[in-house]
Ligand binder design. Sequence first.
Ligand code: ADP
Ligand code: ZN
Ligand code: ZN
Length: 673
Amino acid sequence: MAQCILKIALDTPLNAVFDYRWEGEDGALPQVGQLALVPFARREVVGLIVGLAEHSDVPVEKLKDALAVRGQLSPLTAEWLALAGFAADYYQRPLGEVALPGIPKNLRVLTTVALDRAIKKLGKLEDKHDHTPLNMPALNAEQQAAADHIGGALGYQPALLYGVTGSGKTEVYLQACAQVLAREPEGQILILVPEINLTPQLEGNIRARFPGVMLATLHSSLSEGERMLHWLAAHQGRARIVLGTRLAVLASLPRLKLIVIDEEHDPSYKQQEGLRYSARDLAVWRAWQLKIPIVLGSATPSLESWHHAQGGRYRKLELRERAVKSAVLPKVKLIDMERDKPRDGLTSQLVAALKLRMERGEQSLLFLNRRGYAPVICCESCGWISDCKRCTSFMVLHKPEHRLRCHHCSLEMRIPRHCPTCGNIDLQPVGRGTQRVEEGLQALFPEARILRIDADSTRKKGSAQEAFDTVHRGEVDILVGTQMVAKGHDFKKLTLVGIMNPDTALFSQDYRASERLFAQLMQVAGRAGRAAQVEGGSPAEVLIQTRYTQHPLYSAVVNHDYDHFASALLAERKQAALPPYLFQALLRAEAPELATAIEFLTLARDCRQWEGVTLNDPIPMTMTRVHNVDRAQLLVESASRPVLQAFLKEWMQALRDTKTRVKWSLEVDPLDI
Ligand code: ADP
Ligand code: ZN
Ligand code: ZN
């Protein structure tokens, strides 16, 4: 009989690994990295075996027996456990809370019989179709150099692929992948994209290039059954390429040889709830741990990555030109809204440019990062406005749905017929969202085929893909959209991008706002002019409507000048002692009353002092109240990452031991403060 103590991590907020007794019938002991079924708090749950021991510090009569081990799954590797361990440590969370959600739910909840049946289905993922690999197009010299560098790299070699929009970064990734797949007969590759809507485009490209190579995808819109199959394909090493959004960074990949992160600057690589991790940063750690190459691609790298490239920690690979011959970067122009007063949000110059594209049969894109019809409605006679009863925000008018909606707590109501305060029946929308722009355009161009793409228009599963396909087929004249359309898409027929009103972001108190706005404008501008220009035609155009034509951020966009802009921002950050020259963590607290949250944070601030760590005063969050809960925050800063980490570890222990009804959480390397 085989006996031992199993150390098991469970998905609980308690910062502990639990001991269980194991008594097996046959001689074999369970292995570290296997899943085990155990009794916990009057339930049976699946946990992860992270250690085996002969003795336990827990008195023997208090120990419970582990019930079963999921023997049909090969154990997670030591490297994977180390990755989960690192993430748990770095982000100050219990190991179980990091490791277990990283494993598909079905592997934890299915019965043994159901699990066995599911595993048999794995072969289904194999790409068994009729096709020959599509030829790789000949790369230009810069692309070739980049692909060879990435594909030929051995050991930990982080590279920043800095290439203008349309420079063919995807092609570089694909050809580097081809080299790695050829060299490593069993090797696996992880490719991360920021946005789920970008997976079908890349998935199609990969399948066409590598027929017979099993591809697994991991993103949030898979069913639990699909997620388990794809995860298993990666875990068993059968899927050679895994393509996914940020959560895929924690996939089990026992033979990982290359990591690709497309659009590495994108904020959606940051998880904004629960374990608030940066998939990009974890991926870099993973590459370092496994001693494998990693490539971070972007036309507008994050200042963190740019800083590393400037300092030599990342190798900079540059693509200066668009890949398609004679597809040149669009001409960016500013339209002064003080002179050319907009009607229905559109200046006469933008209307003229749209008209010209209609006549030529080309596509236009209007970019406005605000969904709904109008951000607020108001009563002009008494001043009532549609604020949310539960949040420090407004109820947004959604005209097609005849509703007011709060985008923060999801409160919904019918549009009131008259003012709730004075009875006035003439309530007015204030400001403009994508729905209102769409309506205005349709009145202006009755014959135009107009399509709006935003989170509202693409709620149904598959509808986003359908919408993007419609654009690619050329069945749309004017596309109206939010940041969903700004990223990554290779729209071939688009020759005009109109940016409606980006000014509000110029004066945000968030120090990252200008970095973000710049990246967003460059990205959306980069959707224009991606096909070869017609003989004698004029270049594609980007028109930005603004009241601040002299602002340096816009000059940088006009000149497509990321380099100088990034250097200027970095110099500012250095002078003001901000990231990447400083390391931060944010403690947040939530309570029904603001004072309670502030009180808790004040206590937290005063409970520890640490050399080299600054604890700022607690303040209410900018959006203080959400869903009837008040929120406050405390910013912690240090010039040294290890010092900050050491402090956080002790501090978190102290806070966990504090009895409080306040809900609190910590975010390391916060993006929004
Ligand atoms: P990026 O991701 O850098 O914005 P893409 O990878 O979408 O750019 O490439 C832009 C376009 O250029 C795509 O249509 C792609 O097929 C094409 N392309 C890329 N490399 C080449 C090449 N070497 N020759 C011809 N066309 C290319
Ligand atoms: Zn009123
Ligand atoms: Zn609300």
